[in-house]
Design a protein around this ligand. Sequence first.
Ligand SMILES: [Zn+2]
Length: 73
Amino acid sequence: MDLKSEHLPNALDRIAAWRCDPFSVQKCPACDVAGIEIIDRSARPYSEWYALKCGACGLDAALHIPLPGPAGY
Ligand SMILES: [Zn+2]
């Protein structure tokens, strides 16, 4: 299942929280069940990719977050 656009802000929130603390347990942006899998597939410094998977609702989404480039780091 893909991420719906109305869940995108949630997903970005959860990814931000997960990046601050990779050992924290994040909730699914779609069904709010705790324990989604977040996989960092980023190609830094140009873009960030995250895969989100939820066993409860079957969410399986890839999120692309554009980066400003090396100057941003
Ligand atoms: Zn879910």
